[in-house]
Design a protein around this ligand. Structure first.
Ligand code: SF4
Ligand code: SF4
Length: 201
């Protein structure tokens, strides 16, 4: 597998919404959102986010927000920081999820995530690469996506810290995350409750 090394094809697919039912998810931590809002203001471009990973705290009647995602708008349905000629215009300061891509975090259950490969990336779903990637283990995948794997590990570490913080708050009985809430009830909470962000370094 020595000769397979990830190289971005600069196709831009990861910065655009995927047609159909699939909803693009580029998770952003609250401090990343603040940073991107500042850049967008300076550049006079429209930048909107929607809530992504949230937990209902039934003790305080709050929605705890852990991550947001970029809202892709307008006809072209792309990230507002994407430029047709230059690609990503915030390359050095782009969100950790973009730095890790085509590796992403897959949610396994309420509190646990693992590193995964996004099959929508053009490098990954190239027939030849895909066949080869399917045959190798994570030790080799780490070598194929060297830098991206480091970033994905940072991303995962941060997610774990957030989950630990939530669990600690629960253990201290400062919050109570409901696990039995129905979709209908959750919808009402989303409409009526205040938002509280939880962040970690
Ligand atoms: S921040 Fe950059 S890499 Fe990430 S989706 Fe936007 S344009 Fe693409
Ligand atoms: S889809 Fe993959 S190859 Fe294309 S720009 Fe994104 S990371 Fe690069």
């Amino acid at each position: 597998m020595e000769d397979l090394h990830y190289q971005c094809l600069k196709c831009g697919v990861c910065c655009f919404e995927i047609p159909g039912n699939y909803s693009k998810r580029i998770p952003l931590y609250p401090e990343e959102v603040d940073r991107l809002i500042d850049i967008a203001k300076k550049r006079n471009i429209e930048f909107k986010v929607i809530e992504d990973l949230v937990f209902p705290d039934i003790l305080n009647e709050n929605i705890i927000v852990l991550t947001y995602k970029i809202k892709f708008e307008k006809e072209i349905q792309s990230c507002p920081f994407y430029n047709d000629k230059r690609g990503c215009t915030i390359q050095k300061i782009k969100p950790i999820a973009c730095k890790a891509y085509p590796l992403s975090l897959k949610q396994e259950d309420a509190y646990n995530f693992r590193i995964d490969i996004d099959p929508l990336c053009k490098f990954v779903n190239n027939d030849e690469n895909y066949k080869r990637l399917r045959k190798i283990d994570w030790k080799e995948i780490k070598k194929v996506f060297e830098k991206e794997y480091e970033n994905a590990e940072d991303h995962l570490r941060k997610n774990k810290k957030l989950m630990l913080k939530i669990r600690k708050l629960e253990a201290e009985k400062k919050i109570n995350i409901s696990r039995k809430i129905s979709l209908k009830e959750f919808d009402i909470c989303l409409r009526e409750w205040d938002r509280v962000e939880i962040t970690v370094e």
